[in-house]
Design a protein around this ligand. Structure first.
Ligand code: PMP
Length: 292
């Protein structure tokens, strides 16, 4: 378990900077009982120049707003102010390489009725750049992603992560590193906390939007493909199509770009080091620390 906070840790809570250890959670919170909250997962990095830089800060806080509005959670925050508050949380805690977790939640309310106010907290803890060379052994999950007719799947809602937790725990219990979930039509959707790409014959593919979280890293990978003039296509595809790929990877803020060794025990035949995917991984790792 990561060391999320200690007695000195400072968090942002409703406009103030306070000690994490002094804060209280209302146990009658509608968010706690029903998973009715939205959040973000952001990273900051110590850049090549030594500065601390939050990667895609605006994109993340814009998505937080969309998530809150999608779920009818009160949200009256200004993105620029929240970015400034986040930099202060990092500075107050002496953090450069960090994971940042903004969370919008509501207070006591056991009904299903709308709330007139909400809380916003920003927490951060140390997290070094990952980009491991160890390739992942992935299992197709027995769980599907939530049906977009039942959930607003483009929102990063807390309750959706019960699905992620079940899928991830199932894969790990079976000896795999992580799960791959399909959508309600049986097409490849995403991982419990990351989007997916595969590479075949010099071209990249990723699931179309609609049944997945529109990942900010996914968008960054699409930009990288454009910058490197790599052909890329968004489409719906099956697990069988993925079995025949040259390479595949997960991408997400926490996961960054991480290659797969195998899917359901079937290895990807191309050597990761010789793939376009690896080139994308390297470009991403240079981008986050502004190493041109
Ligand atoms: N899908 C899911 C379900 C996720 O939780 C995440 C992580 N936020 C992603 C995809 C990747 O999104 P991002 O690149 O914005 O971190």
């Amino acid at each position: 378990m990561a060391n999320y906070f200690n007695e000195d840790t400072i968090i942002y809570l409703d406009g103030a900077f306070v000690k994490a250890a002094d804060t209280k959670m209302n146990l009658y919170s509608q968010s706690l009982h029903y998973g009715y909250a939205v959040f973000e997962g952001i990273r900051s990095y110590r850049t090549k120049s030594g500065e601390t830089k939050i990667f895609k800060a605006k994109e993340h806080y814009d998505r937080l707003r969309v998530s809150a509005e999608t779920l009818s959670l009160p949200y009256e925050y200004d993105t620029d102010e929240l970015i400034a508050a986040t930099y202060k949380v990092l500075a107050d805690n002496n953090l450069q390489d960090a994971y940042i977790r903004p969370l919008v939640y509501v207070g006591e309310n056991m009904s299903f009725n709308k709330n007139t106010s909400a809380h916003l907290t920003i927490q951060a803890w140390e997290m070094g750049a990952f980009l491991g060379d160890k390739l992942l052994r992935i299992m197709t999950s027995s769980f599907e992603r939530p049906n977009p007719k039942g959930f607003k799947i483009h929102a990063k809602a807390a309750g959706h992560y019960v699905n992620s937790i079940m899928a991830s725990q199932e894969a790990k219990a079976k000896g795999y590193d992580e799960a791959l979930l399909t959508d309600m039509n049986g097409f490849v959707a995403e991982g419990p906390g990351a989007n997916v790409f595969y590479e075949k014959d010099g071209k990249l593919f990723t699931p179309s939007l609609g049944n997945i979280l529109p990942g900010i890293t996914r968008a960054t990978v699409l930009e990288i493909c454009q910058a490197l003039a790599l052909p890329v296509e968004e489409k719906f595809f099956t697990v069988e199509e993925l079995y025949g790929a040259d390479a595949a990877f997960f991408c997400g803020t926490a996961a960054e770009v991480i290659g797969w060794e195998s899917l359901d025990g079937k290895p990807f035949t191309k050597n990761w080091d010789e793939t376009l995917s690896k080139k994308i991984q390297e470009t991403y790792s240079a981008l986050i620390v502004e190493k041109k």
